[in-house]
Design a protein around this ligand. Sequence first.
Ligand code: 13P
Ligand code: SF4
Length: 303
Amino acid sequence: MDINHLKERILSLKEAKGAVILAHNYQPPEVQDLADLVGDSFQLSRAASRMEAETIVFCGVRFMAESAKILSPQKKVLLPAPDAGCPMADMVTPEDLREMKRKHPGAPVVCYVNTSAEAKGECDICCTSSNAPKVVRSLGAKEVIFAPDRNLARYVQSQVPEVRIIPWEGFCPTHQRMTPQQAAQALREHPSALFMAHPECPKEVLEMAHFVGSTSQMLDFAESSDAAEFIVGTEEGMLHGLRKRCPRKTFHTLSPAPLCPNMKKTTLELILRSLEEEVEEIQLDPQVIHRAQGALSRMLEVI
Ligand code: 13P
Ligand code: SF4
């Protein structure tokens, strides 16, 4: 099937089923262009909780589609690429969190949304990379368990020094691979560029950044900044959205370009199959949903 025919079939089936397509900022360009909404983890969670459509096609990775299901259990949530996981989300289990709580009694648990539904059930509140310092401050606690991303935990510690952060030692393989040498090389090659980095990057890379933020916060920063040139310290899928939003500005990745293989598993063919056959529908035990819902909803209430 040629690409235009494929897109037409997806759009007409989407219309007929009253579905919406949500896509993360790292998705392939053709998927982003087809989506009703493209955003970061926080925006997509919030949209899923407010959406009227009965079916959500979630172009991203499993924990994101699960979050949509947890926030809207009555809706059908479809994940077109069923094997799109997040290695960082697999680095912490509910048992790990229970053990951590036993070791630090009384310390609330903040879970990055990059966790399984079961792990979310063991935490007090979720956060994303766009609101992590705010979420930690909102707890008013002296110490906080933060899982699973050690780099985001260290970044939060630098922003919220009054709270002791107890990190879990997980990481994102895509961001962990970025080095200060790569950032230095890009800054040498593009001396007038501003360097934007995702808080999942190692501390030494973040220390070199002019701006640290979530994927959508990078889009806003690039748009509102007076600068004309930027180095993008995150997954290369961001370049598509940045170039679309700021067509007169120039964007460079690090070399080699950071790639999340799981985010690239979604294809137009899989989206069509997902709408035609309603696969893979996210199914979660109602008790798991109930336990995880509190943590996600509390995050959405933090302003
Ligand atoms: P954002 O919430 O910034 O979109 O990040 C999600 C993610 O998986 C980053 O690796
Ligand atoms: Fe997970 Fe990293 Fe991919 Fe984000 S970029 S989905 S954290 S593996």
